[in-house]
Every structure is written in C-alpha cells, then in structure tokens.
Write a new protein. Structure first.
Length: 257
C-alpha cells in the first residue's frame, strides 16, 4: 500500500509540475502580447481620437443656434401679438357692455325717481272690495310679466311676484306697486352695471398684460434677428426699422366711470 501511494506521488507530481509550467509560459506570452499591443495600436488609437473643431465650425454651429433661437422667438412674438389683439378686442367688447349697462341703469334710476315723486302724493282712495283687490293683483301680475319680458326681472323675481313673496303685496295700490317695481328694476340694473364694470376691469388688466408681453417678445425677436445678420448688431440699427409684424403699438385702454 505504501509503495502504491509513493508510486502515485512520484508519477503525478511531475505531471502537475509540467501543467503548471505550461500555464505559466502561456500567461507570460499573453502578458507580453498585452504589454506590446498598445505600442502597436497607438497610431490607430490616435487616428480614432476625436478631433478638436475649428473656429469656423464653432462659428457655424453658433450661427445655427442663433438662427434657430431667432426663429423660435419670432414665432412666439407673432403668437403674443395675436393674443394681444384678441385681448384688446375682448376689452373693447367689455367696455361697450359697460356703457350699455350704465345707460340701462341711468334710465331705470330716472324712472324710479319719477315714481318716487308720484308715490309721495296721497294714494287715491278706492273701495276695498274683492273686485278692487282682484284688479290690483291683475295689474301687478301684468306689470311684472312685462318687466320680465323686457329683461328687467329674473324668472326667480317673477316667481316671487306671483307667489306674493319678498314683500310683493297684491293688495297695495297700483301706484305703490309701480314704485316698488321701479326700485327693483333699478337695483337689478345697478347690479348688472357693477358686474359689467368688474368684467371690464379684468379685461383691461388682461389686455395690458398681453400687450406688455407682446412688446417684450417683439423686442427680443428683433434683437435675435439682428444677431443672426452678419456684421449687424441690434445696437447699430435704429429701433424704428423693426419689422412691422413684430412690433405691437402701445395703447392704453381708457377708463370708464
């Protein structure tokens, strides 16, 4: 048994030594190849290295960027100018509505004053009979319905009249009913005027902001276009020669009331 083990040891150890020697030689060969390869491949690596762009290429790239920016700003300026025109038209409409609302309120206020003067006179004496009260109620309903169709009363207010709510009393004399109806119409038109006034203020503010944005973008678009032109600068060209489509005329809406 001992001889067998000794025999295997003497046979297998030289084999292992030979294998390790072969692996060592192979590793040395690979290492030599890896060390020597950068020197052989250096010219190829140098050829594949990125080249530094020239001044002309840099100038061309910068000009392309400037031209693209100028086009984008020009489109934005044109859109802002259209928005400013729409906001100005909306303000003009709101101002016209405000003028009409004021005229309607002034008319209703004058009528209410006339009825108030008539109401200060003694109420005519009429017999307090069921027929008289029925006539007064019919008069109130006809007057309220006519005011509704004129747009002076809302549907809810008309319902209050027919339902005898919110202080509407059909037993009152027709003169007193007319005075109350005139006051309700005047108050309604006053509320309409105030709402129109608030809409006009918002429209005016929106129009001013849109006009200011359009002016700023028009100035920037002109400056960007001037930078694109060779040998030209925004400082050397007078501002009055800016393209008409990029310039938004300065305007300020007039205040009403």
């Amino acid at each position: 048994m001992e001889k067998t083990v000794l025999y295997q040891f003497l046979v297998e150890v030289p084999q292992a030594a030979a294998i390790w020697s072969a692996l060592l030689v192979l590793a040395l060969i690979v290492l030599t190849v890896l060390v020597a390869r950068p020197e052989r491949d250096r010219p190829e690596d140098d050829r594949s290295a990125p080249t530094v762009p020239s001044d002309r290429e840099l100038a061309a790239a910068e000009a392309t960027d400037l031209r693209r920016y100028a086009e984008e700003v020009a489109v934005a300026a044109a859109g802002a100018a259209q928005t400013a025109r729409r906001r100005r038209d909306a303000w003009s409409t709101a101002q016209a509505d405000l003028d009409r609302a004021w005229a309607a309120y002034d008319e209703a206020d004058s009528a209410a004053r006339r009825f108030a003067g008539a109401g200060a006179l003694p109420t005519p004496r009429t017999p307090h009979t069921p027929a008289e009260y029925a006539a007064r109620e019919r008069h109130l309903h006809r007057a309220a319905t006519a005011a509704y169709w004129r747009g002076d009363l809302t549907l809810r207010q008309l319902g209050d009249v027919f339902g005898h709510r919110a202080g509407w009393d059909p037993r009152l004399h027709p003169v007193e009913q007319e005075v109350r109806l005139a006051r309700v119409v005047r108050d309604g038109r006053l509320a309409g005027y105030r709402a129109a006034q608030e809409r006009e203020r918002r429209a005016w503010r929106d129009a001013e902001l849109a006009a200011e944005a359009a002016r700023a973008l028009a100035t920037e678009a002109y400056a960007a276009a001037a930078r694109v032109r060779p040998g030209r600068s925004a400082a050397t060209r007078p501002a009055s020669t800016a393209p008409a489509r990029l310039v938004t005329a300065r305007w300020r809406p007039a205040r009403v009331g």
